[in-house]
Design a protein around this ligand. Structure first.
Ligand code: ATP
Ligand code: MG
Length: 585
């Protein structure tokens, strides 16, 4: 196909859009791929739509290759199935809810575990039909709290979601692994640099899950890995290695001290090291109690205290993941006023437990460990407060920050962190949804068998932004051939009629060989502007028909390495076929 820039519905912009912070967002808007309609809601213009479709196609081919079958469910859904699983409420503010004219509750689907379970239940009734994997590539809706970076985090976005249904655990595992490998092939074909990391299951429920993160400094996810062991996990999923409990017998008694004005960990440590406690104290010897309030969607706010070693902060994302689907907020002045037993800067386990505040501690706070912590009075702390002797928390929570240099949870090596963008997520759901809808088939022995479900998502529209993010330079986009909006960008850079006709005939030859050609045939646009646009648009190869045409030469520019080669016009078609991998050998 030949796409002519003289007719293409495209306006490139010289300036970055005011609301764009990350390169992919700026470039996709400037190069005329997408346009904003509302926060997190975007239109796809011709070049953008072509790339989106090509990404979709790679995903589709790899899904089909593992035997998954494409179907399409509605995005407009009734409340009932989501009510049955509790997600109508649990999804909280992230769900787009609406009413139809009769007043019935409906929603715009954020993900379709319920509907796929029901769809399989509707059609299949015998073990002979299983296993089955179904998928769709469909528009999803989530009222994201912070839509961001254009199509990277949209409120409307395209997802490939697939769901496997198996008769037994072994089958479920095989389906999971087939997806894992399909995802690796997809992201390899797209030329993305990514890691596979252990993940939490979040609002989805279920057991094992892994995320595919595209490595990127602008990513919202932080992951850690141990180069020594190959361990890799989203920080949200890092399980803190707990030290063994210690014997309590013989430990010194807890003593309350006047510590003066010591409302911060640093001031407390200073006091402790001047107080002649007979040892050197560091922040890690103190127990910091952080107060938040939490609520399950639709429920009441409740106080929650989190005890972490004083050398660590509470990581909001880890806390959020641990509490999901409940949400949390930091306590405000009014909350402190309403709970006078909370003495800011001096909060200790005693008052928390005496007042029925749920108190969860970091896994390092094991029985037999002694801490310096608040004594619930202004200017007072307690030293040698021993877990299991002087107080017993309600449980543990993964909320403390994970730091570079921390011991890897598998005990081998230390952690280093980096940032990434989630591009795919695979879950073993177990029977959470099939239980909810009693999705059974008749087994071989005549007894009903509950199906085991898996759920697997790829952010198709997000991938367009991720590829742009990983592959661009200061001049513009640089698409990999697998998703580029065209195979070759032919630029007519000469007013001469002969050159124009020559470019037209080269474009026609390339088209005849099955290549997608973007032809810059705009009559009144200068070569300089055309070159700038071609760099901005980012097709891997540009063929320039310009000054050299009269001498029988043209130029091939490679957008990836920036190289330019002058070649004989007669060789142009075969050179381009070779460069695009379509050449006959
Ligand atoms: P995130 O942590 O980024 O919010 P998620 O864990 O909520 O993502 P899933 O429910 O696992 O996402 O959805 C599957 C895939 O859909 C994700 O891996 C991601 O690539 C994509 N995705 C999720 N939310 C969005 C969004 N708001 N905009 C674009 N793509 C999204
Ligand atoms: Mg996810």
């Amino acid at each position: 196909m030949i796409t002519r820039l003289s007719h293409l519905f495209l306006r490139t912009l010289r300036d970055d859009p005011a609301d764009a912070e990350v390169p992919s967002h700026k470039l996709l808007v400037r190069a005329g791929y997408v346009r904003r309609v509302a926060p997190g809601v975007y239109s796809w213009l011709p070049l953008g739509l072509t790339v989106l479709r090509r990404v979709e196609q790679v995903v589709r081919e790899e899904m089909n290759a593992i035997g998954a079958q494409e179907i399409s469910l509605p995005a407009l859904l009734p409340r009932e199935p989501y009510e049955v699983t509790g997600r109508w409420t649990e999804y909280g503010d992230g769900l787009f809810r609406l009413k139809d004219r009769k007043g019935a509750d409906m929603l715009l689907g954020p993900t379709h575990e319920e509907l796929f379970a029901l769809t399989v239940k509707g059609e299949y009734s015998s073990y002979k039909d299983l296993p089955v994997t179904l998928y769709q590539i469909q528009t999803k809706y989530r009222d994201e709290e912070r839509p961001r970076a254009g199509i990277l985090r949209g409120r409307e976005f395209v997802m490939k979601d697939s769901y496997s249904f198996d008769l037994d655990e072994a089958g479920a595992k095989a389906s999971y692994h087939a997806h894992r490998e399909a995802y690796q092939r997809i992201f390899d074909r797209l030329g993305i640099s990514y890691v596979v990391v252990a993940a939490t299951s979040g609002a989805m429920g279920g057991s094992a899950s892994e995320e595919f993160l595209a490595e990127s400094e602008i990513g919202e996810d932080t992951f850690v890995r141990s180069p020594e062991s190959g361990y890799a996990a989203n920080v949200e999923a890092v399980v803190t290695p707990a030290p063994p409990s210690r014997p309590i017998d013989g430990l010194p008694a807890a003593v309350v001290h006047e510590t003066g004005s010591t409302p911060t960990i640093a001031t407390l440590v200073d006091w402790a090291n001047g107080a002649d406690l007979g040892r050197t104290v560091t922040a890690a010897d103190t127990l910091k109690n952080v107060l938040v309030k939490t609520r399950v969607p639709g429920g009441e706010w409740e106080l929650l205290a989190i005890g972490v070693p004083g050398d660590r902060e509470v990581d909001a994302k880890r806390l959020e993941a641990s509490l999901a689907p409940a949400e949390f907020e930091l306590l405000g002045d009014a909350d402190f006023a309403a709970n006078p037993f909370l003495v800011r800067g001096y909060i200790g386990p005693k008052a928390l437990l005496a007042n029925g505040v749920r108190y969860l501690v970091d896994p390092r706070v094991v029985p037999g460990t002694a801490w310096i912590t608040g004594a619930d009075e202004q200017g007072k702390h307690v030293v040698d407060l021993v877990v299991g002797r002087d107080f017993t928390p309600d449980g543990t929570i993964e909320a403390a920050e994970v730091r570079d240099g921390d011991l890897a949870p598998d005990g081998r090596g230390t952690l280093v962190s980096a940032r990434g963008i989630e591009i795919g997520h695979i879950f073993q759901l177990g029977t959470k949804y099939t239980d909810a809808f009693a999705v059974d088939v008749l087994g071989e022995n005549g007894k009903p068998v509950r199906l085991i479900q898996g759920s697997y998502g790829v952010g198709v529209s997000r991938l367009v932004a991720v590829i742009a993010e990983q592959m661009h330079d200061d001049k513009g986009l640089r698409w990999p051939a697998s998703v580029s909006p065209a195979d070759v960008h032919v630029v007519i850079a000469n007013k001469d009629e002969g050159a124009r006709a020559g470019a037209e005939s080269l474009a026609a030859d390339l088209d005849a060989r099955g290549l997608d050609v973007l032809l810059d045939d705009r009559p009144k646009v200068s070569p300089g502007v055309k070159f700038k646009d071609s760099e901005l648009i980012g097709v891997p190869l540009t063929l320039v028909v310009g000054r050299g045409w009269a001498d029988g030469t043209v130029e091939i520019k490679n957008r990836f390495d920036g190289s330019t080669r002058e070649i004989a016009a007669d060789d142009a078609v075969s050179e381009i076929l070779t460069a695009t991998g379509r050449g006959s050998r």
